[in-house]
Design a protein around this ligand. Sequence first.
Ligand SMILES: NC(=O)c1ccc[n+]([C@@H]2O[C@H](COP(=O)([O-])OP(=O)(O)OC[C@H]3O[C@@H](n4cnc5c(N)ncnc54)[C@H](OP(=O)(O)O)[C@@H]3O)[C@@H](O)[C@H]2O)c1
Length: 323
Amino acid sequence: MTRWGVIGPGRIATDFAQDLRLLDDGELVAVASRSIERARSFADRFGVPNCYDDRDALLCDPNVDVVYVATPHASHEADTLAALRAGKHVLCEKPFALNARQATRMADEARARGLFCMEAMWSRFLPAYRTMLEALHSGIIGEPLLVESDFGFRAPLDPAGRLFDLRLGGGALLDVGIYPIQLCMLVLGPVDRVTADGVLGDTGADEQVAAILRHAGGRLGVVKAATRLELACTARISGTEGAIELPSRAHCPQAYRVITPAGVETVDCAFAGNGLRFEAAEVHRCIAAGLTESSIMPLDATVALATVLDSIRRILGVGYPGE
Ligand SMILES: NC(=O)c1ccc[n+]([C@@H]2O[C@H](COP(=O)([O-])OP(=O)(O)OC[C@H]3O[C@@H](n4cnc5c(N)ncnc54)[C@H](OP(=O)(O)O)[C@@H]3O)[C@@H](O)[C@H]2O)c1
């Protein structure tokens, strides 16, 4: 049984706690909030025995094996480093860090301590992603040469909210653009060059972003992200002998289409729950096997992803406090 402690009992932590109930080899044993009332309310909902109003108190709890960092982006580095220094394994929400420098520090700390650490890039663990990758590797659409993908929604403008406030890591790129970009890197490999443009809102955070990623071998990724605009939220991988299409919302698809000269096949990959149990199951598996990284989302992939996000932000002119 893997015993979890959660820091930041907000929206995604609630989805995660619901999904953990679908697994029989993991349980939530502790929660830390900045307020004891919020910690208690979360604990009551999910039957969590230990509540803390202080992150570091949770990190001293000997019953906690692995910490799920579910706070806003700007807290990920400090929360993850503190958890690792307390000897806990970590699953940290995406984006793993505000920038590649932070991500590298976090990865170095995990490696130095021999602890498991992973960015919660849940898409990669979903049945659709696993089977789609197998199909791609089997050559079903020939050589993939172009990935087009976007992710955007119209959020109400809240200058103090985590989507818009730069102090919390606001911006469309880090919040949702990360999904299409990680898909491009998963399918097409490392990025050699980035071209981008974007629209910044009054807070200085990017509200619309469009980027072209040039991958090794001249392959292209074309991505868009937005927080004030509903986008299609789909993905298409075009290859020399066909294409794969992920329907909306492409970061958590329940099916995909394979289009080849032989016809169109829809592959059903439906799952129950919120889709977060697959990454949790990988954490359980890795920790039980004594692995410190998952081959599905290794730390080098996280740092490479953060490096591409940095390059795009540099072009857009978006900087976070302290950078
Ligand atoms: N995997 C996914 O699909 C997915 C979806 C949504 C979000 N996420 C990621 O998960 C993270 C949290 O997102 P969310 O939507 O769950 O956010 P949220 O509900 O706004 O915040 C999460 C929790 O963090 C704590 N918190 C809020 N502001 C904080 C601050 N300034 N400093 C420290 N703690 C703070 C709050 O808990 P207390 O006030 O009780 O301490 C809050 O409930 C983000 O990095 C986001 O990118 C992932």
